[in-house]
Design a protein around this ligand. Structure first.
Ligand code: AMP
Ligand code: ZN
Length: 134
């Protein structure tokens, strides 16, 4: 079965389009966390951020910024979350790379994620593991 975002890009499925150019398409999430929740997708089908060309990824961030600024102006919000669920374990349901831009309202009741603490040498071990993988 074909990817749902590819169908939207091809115009085979309707969407509430917010922005489009040769490389990206932005539309309203069908099940918004808050009203005005935008999805920004790259037009080329790739699953994860690792597969997005570096130049395109930089461009995606420019468009995220543009959409965020428009969101602030139009919805009169002072903040928004930029979220990429990268991989199934991170909550990615649609396997076509996309960014969520979610407007935030002071009284929206959304809570931040619970946070953990490092014990003993755990932080140092993490840093060393990252450095050797970079
Ligand atoms: P993710 O969990 O990051 O893969 O998010 C996928 C998002 O796509 C979810 O927030 C869905 O509500 C949204 N979604 C799925 N189908 C559609 C659709 N046809 N139009 C707009 N948004 C959709
Ligand atoms: Zn796709």
């Amino acid at each position: 079965m074909q990817c749902i975002f590819c169908k939207i890009i091809k115009g085979e499925l309707l969407c509430d389009k917010v922005y489009e150019d040769d490389h990206v398409l932005a539309f309203l999430d069908i099940a918004p966390v808050n009203l005005g929740h935008i999805l920004l997708v790259v037009k080329k089908h790739v699953e994860s951020i690792e597969e997005v060309d570096d130049l395109l990824l930089g461009y995606v961030m420019q468009i995220v910024k543009k959409l965020g600024m428009a969101m602030k102006k139009s919805l009169k919000v002072s903040g928004y979350n930029i979220i990429i669920n990268n991989g199934a374990t991170a909550g990615q349901v649609v396997d076509h790379f996309h960014c969520h831009i979610i407007p935030r309202y002071g009284d929206d009741g959304l809570k931040a994620w619970p946070q953990k603490q490092y014990k003993g040498e755990e932080a140092k071990k993490m840093v060393n593991a990252f450095k050797s993988a970079l």
